[in-house]
Design a protein around this ligand. Structure first.
Ligand SMILES: [Mg+2]
Length: 309
């Protein structure tokens, strides 16, 4: 396997591992639980060790759509509805942990059949539900990084529309996809996270980032520490928290544990950070013990086979 393929696979595996690590402490305020060091049972959904939540289910649905139909937003939304209504793409055959914005957007899609407008575009609906599932887009379109960064960013923003259509969400997806693609390409973390990375400059020149996302891209995660870094459900704080956990970590393990131990929306902070860390250290960089105990690896491998050809 090439280094590129290892990092592409790592990006999706990292998402699922971070999700599973955080699931047991989801909704717990920081400092109120024994620090997570491994998979553990429990959490609000009563999962077993290594079982993952909606973050991974939605990423699998998106990957399945891309592998089968190419780029078709209505098909993506239809597969999210399939998950919502029947538990497809779930680790245990049930839909659980679905966000409020996602639920109402999918209900709207069922009424209108138009995934381009089913997400709420209000600023108050700026949850982290589209960055948490972004890996398939960055994996599949990452090769556009140098040749056509605008198209890469456009696909990332479009992937958000079915459930999260606010300017903050669209902009966060644009930025996050470009960072993930840079890491998967093998560029240095320092370079990719630099506010003056030339690829980022090109992206901004075409369409400026939303001011709140621009603050993150400009390095807000470098100057802040908890409790000012918070792993909440708000897309900007979620992205900032994941980058904070990732920036100085020496390994995949250190990065995702720092993310999930922020508590609150721990599974999603873990999933967002896991995409970064998996893109940086590759599938081989994820501890063997976690890879071998993650639930339903067959579902991840099948999704990857449709994304990486
Ligand atoms: Mg979740």
């Amino acid at each position: 396997m090439s280094d590129l393929q290892d990092r592409q696979r790592g990006c999706l595996w990292g998402l699922a591992v971070g999700d599973a690590l955080g699931a047991a402490v989801e909704f717990r305020p920081p400092g109120t639980f024994a620090p997570v060091t491994d998979f553990r049972a429990g959490g609000p959904h009563g999962l077993g060790p290594g079982e993952w939540t909606d973050d991974t289910s939605m990423a699998l649905a998106l990957a399945d759509s891309m592998g089968r139909t190419g780029w078709n937003l209505n098909d993506q939304a239809a597969r999210y509805v399939h998950w919502y209504r029947t538990g497809a793409y779930s680790v245990n055959g049930r839909c659980f942990d679905i966000g409020i914005a996602t639920r109402s957007a999918l209900a709207r899609y069922e009424q209108t059949g138009d995934a381009w407008t089913s997400g709420d575009d209000a600023a108050r609906s700026s949850g982290n539900g589209s960055i948490m599932r972004l890996a398939p887009v960055a994996i599949h379109f990452g090769a556009l990084l140098e040749s056509n960064v605008e198209e890469l960013a456009a696909r990332a923003a479009e992937s958000s529309l079915p459930t999260h259509r606010s300017p903050q969400c669209l902009s966060a997806c644009r930025y996050f996809a470009v960072v993930l693609a840079g890491l998967m390409t093998g560029l240095d973390r320092e370079e990719v996270l630099s506010p003056t990375w030339p690829v980022l400059q090109k992206l901004r020149a075409q369409t400026p980032l939303h001011p709140a996302v621009e603050d993150v891209a400009a390095g807000s995660f470098r100057s802040k520490q908890p409790p000012d870094i918070r792993g909440t459900g708000y897309v900007v704080q979620s992205l900032e928290a994941a980058l904070w956990a990732f920036q100085h970590a020496n390994s995949f393990r250190d990065a995702v544990l720092a993310a999930v131990n922020l508590g609150d929306d721990a599974d999603t902070t873990g999933a967002v950070c896991g995409q970064l860390a998996g893109a940086r250290w590759g599938e081989q960089g994820i501890p063997c013990d976690w890879r071998s105990r993650l639930a339903r690896p067959d579902m991840l491998n099948q999704a990857l086979s449709g994304l990486i050809r």
